[in-house]
Design a binder for this molecule. Structure first.
Ligand code: PLP
Length: 419
């Protein structure tokens, strides 16, 4: 039986052109980018070239791209780095006027433990962020930071009124993802940026664009973000390489989480992973070149799948991913990402379904596969306001570059017996 992979939001296969671009940097051009000899020069040149490619695609400056070991690490750097920087700043004797509040906070109670509510710095994150943002926020909360978890509507779009009401003089960072990995909802990032910056342009705005880069224009200036997280393995690049865009001008507000040899402009020490960095850039190039065509093609597959699925299983419902203000589009592919479809199957258990799908040769997901093989109920579906029985009966289908109409058709056929 032919295997069908419908879990591209979890990870993607490495594109063969990406693999070919990486290949020479393992055993042939293996220099350490920190070395001054020829091999080292070759490595740093490759990294510089890759950095330039990625910077250009998101309309950033060359030195605004920081390579990390994953998007998880980039998200950690964005959140922890901001807090650390603030605390360092607060510890200095002379502080800028806008940080006087924080100076007081630091003087009274260093590192935020047991802080008095009024002095606690605050960050705002959406309640449907990836675990690498949410768990980091929770961890910082334990350290005394105030965290606001922004609610979303039934389609997964963040509550902008709540955002407006949550911003105050203590707010130092807001993090809202570009597009969600479980339901595909696209967040109004430019609108959110305007709300934040109109309130106080000193507040940092971070977005996790890991799932978005493949299908959306992630221009940091159009979106108005200060920090942006990217990952290679969601876009047919290698696993274990990510990047954080840090806008020039806010760099003094970010302190490295990993210290050492001072690589990556001092923001991320550790010998650079040259093959993966080269592969990341190659993957970005290909994904951007194919973006519009793939967006349309994959979107049509998703629409077809949903239309036909409804015929087999009329009670199925789409979770999230519909337009916020319109109450739902005619087409399943807008305005969510074209590749992700999260479906509720009444009276079915997603764990059982997952096994049945697997036995039928179809790889899908019962939620976010990025959370270490866990089958815990999805926090994203819960945040949509779905009751637990719906959360436990939902599956994520995600399509990709190799998905064909025949495969979709074949999946639907096999599903007739599964459900
Ligand atoms: N952010 C989002 C939206 C994701 O979907 C993922 C996927 O795992 C991550 C972050 C983490 O990426 P990485 O696997 O590179 O750490």
């Amino acid at each position: 039986m032919k295997k069908i992979y419908l879990d591209y939001a979890a990870t993607t296969p490495v594109d063969l052109a990406v693999l070919a671009a990486m290949q020479p940097y393992f055993a042939e051009k293996y220099g350490n980018a920190g070395s001054l000899h020829g091999l080292g020069q070759e490595a740093i040149a490759a990294i510089d070239k890759a950095r330039g490619v990625i910077a250009k695609v998101i309309d950033a400056e060359f030195d605004e791209i920081i390579f990390t070991g994953s998007a998880t690490e980039a998200n950690n750097l964005a959140l922890r780095g901001t807090i650390e920087s603030l605390l360092n700043l607060a510890k200095r004797i002379s502080v800028k006027p806008e940080f006087q509040q924080i100076e007081k906070f630091s003087r009274d109670l260093p590192f935020g433990r047991n802080t008095i509510e009024i002095h606690r710095p605050k960050i705002i994150v959406s309640s449907i962020e990836h675990e690498s943002v949410l768990e980091t926020a929770r961890d910082l909360e334990k350290e005394g930071l105030k965290v606001v978890y922004l609610p979303v509507d039934k389609n997964g779009v963040v509550d902008l009124e709540r955002l407006k009401n949550s911003l105050d003089e203590r707010t130092i960072l807001v993090s809202v993802m570009c597009a969600n990995n479980e339901i595909g909802t696209i967040e109004p990032i430019a609108e959110i940026s305007k709300i934040i910056k109109d309130f106080n342009h000193e507040i940092l705005f971070h977005t996790d664009a890991v799932q978005a880069l493949q299908y959306l224009d992630c221009n940091v200036n159009k979106l108005g973000v200060d920090l942006m997280t990217l990952s290679a393995h969601k876009i047919y690049g290698p696993k274990g390489i990510g990047a954080l865009y840090i806008r020039n001008g806010v760099k003094d507000k970010i302190t490295p989480v990993i210290t050492g040899g001072g690589q990556e402009f001092g923001f991320r020490s550790g010998t650079e992973n040259v093959p993966s960095i080269v592969g990341f850039a190659e993957a970005v190039k290909i994904v951007v070149a194919k973006r519009e065509v793939e967006k349309k093609r994959v979107g049509e597959l998703k629409d077809h799948f949903w239309t036909e699925l409804k015929k087999i299983y009329p009670k199925a419902e789409i979770n999230g991913g519909l337009p916020a203000r319109a109450g739902g589009p005619a087409r399943a592919s807008e305005p969510a990402l074209p590749n992700i479809l999260n479906i509720y199957f009444p009276n079915q258990s997603s764990e059982d379904l997952l096994i049945k799908f697997d036995m039928a040769g179809i790889a899908v997901s019962s939620g976010s596969a990025c959370s270490a093989r866990s089958t815990k109920p999805s926090h994203v579906l819960s945040a949509l306001g779905l009751p637990p029985e719906k959360v436990k009966s939902s599956m994520r289908f995600s399509f990709g570059r190799s998905t064909t109409k025949e495969e979709v058709q074949d999946t639907l056929e096999r599903m007739k017996t599964i459900i």
